[in-house]
Design a protein around this ligand. Structure first.
Ligand SMILES: [Zn+2]
Length: 318
């Protein structure tokens, strides 16, 4: 049960005095992979009933939260392993789970993960398997659907709108409180790397549209899963625009490699820093993700009539 405290437990951070019901829960290792930040929503100050968004903060923090709060509902932004590692503890605790149906079907059967990352049968399959085991991921048999544009009602003053923002994954969602102009961005994460669409259920065109959708909203406070809290309408809008521009910069880099006469395939551009600045010891995996992402740019550049495809080869359009 809740031990009433005069001050906040040290794992919770107030986001802003304008939104006293929301708390930032910082993840282990500054939310670098395989961890991600969460939000705790405490609609009634007198009660220990609370909700969470995502569960990838680290097992120790989740255990501490569950000692202090009754987390009745957990909202998942998407299925990726770095956002769901606390699900096994929340499941034991009795929390309900909510996710967009396109990602729920993956959370119900996590055996699909390696197929989606295109790592099955590759040199990194074993490393991935070990990582999944260490994160203690569990299938969630029962997940309620997050319906795009509908509202999650926490109480009279806390009303979160579900913003379906596909691209990073097919069912990725952001959570938006229009009254307080606050949003949880999930993995539209504003990192310097830029948008990531390296899974087989990712989609570059959808990702662009999702960022443009967010630019239409009034946002003065935002939380990114891997970068934390952002404040200020101008700053957040600038960060989103900068993040969006990374996509066209990648287009330009790719076009520089293409020629009207010399055939090029997506695999030929892997390892040339189109997406990643450096590859390091996880290079075998980054090459797989990079190839998926470059292929999506090729498809887009065909739509834009900047390149043409002949068989498996691509050429600059004349
Ligand atoms: Zn993700």
């Amino acid at each position: 049960m809740l031990k009433l405290r005069s001050s906040l437990p040290d794992y919770l951070i107030s986001i802003d005095e304008s939104i006293p019901e929301y708390f930032f829960i910082p993840a282990l290792q500054n939310a670098s992979y395989p961890f991600s930040h969460s939000i705790l929503i405490k609609p009634n100050p007198e009660s220990n009933l609370a909700f969470m968004i995502d569960s990838g903060i680290g097992h120790t923090t989740i255990k501490r939260i569950l000692k202090d709060f009754n987390i009745s509902k957990t909202f998942l932004s998407h299925w990726h392993e770095d956002h769901i590692s606390g699900n096994y503890l929340l499941q034991k605790h009795g929390s309900g789970f909510f996710c967009h149906p396109k990602d729920s079907q993956i959370l119900q059967n996590l055996n699909q993960i390696q197929e989606l990352y295109n790592t099955k049968g590759t040199v990194v399959e074993g490393i991935f398997k070990e990582l999944i085991q260490s994160l203690k991921l569990v299938d969630l048999p029962q997940i309620s659907p997050l319906i795009p544009d509908e509202f999650i009602l926490c109480n009279n003053s806390v009303k979160l709108q579900i913003i379906h923002t596909p691209g990073h994954s097919a069912g990725h969602c952001c959570f938006y409180d229009s009254k307080h102009q606050f949003i949880f961005l999930g993995d539209i994460d504003l990192t310097g790397l830029g948008p990531w669409y390296g899974c087989l259920d990712s989609n570059l065109i959808d990702f662009e549209k999702s960022i443009q959708k967010l630019l239409q909203l009034n946002i003065v406070l935002a939380v990114s899963s891997h970068k934390g809290i952002y404040q200020g309408e101008k700053r957040i809008s600038e960060e989103l625009k900068k993040y969006l521009e990374v996509i066209s910069k990648r287009d330009e880099k790719i076009l520089n490699y293409l020629s009207p006469s010399k055939p090029t395939r997506p695999i030929d551009l892997v390892g040339k820093n189109i997406i990643y600045k450096k590859y390091g010891y996880i290079k075998d995996y980054l090459f797989i993700a990079e190839q998926i992402m470059i292929k999506q740019h090729f498809d887009r550049l065909i739509d834009l009539e900047k390149i043409i495809k002949q068989g498996e080869n691509y050429f600059l359009a004349l």
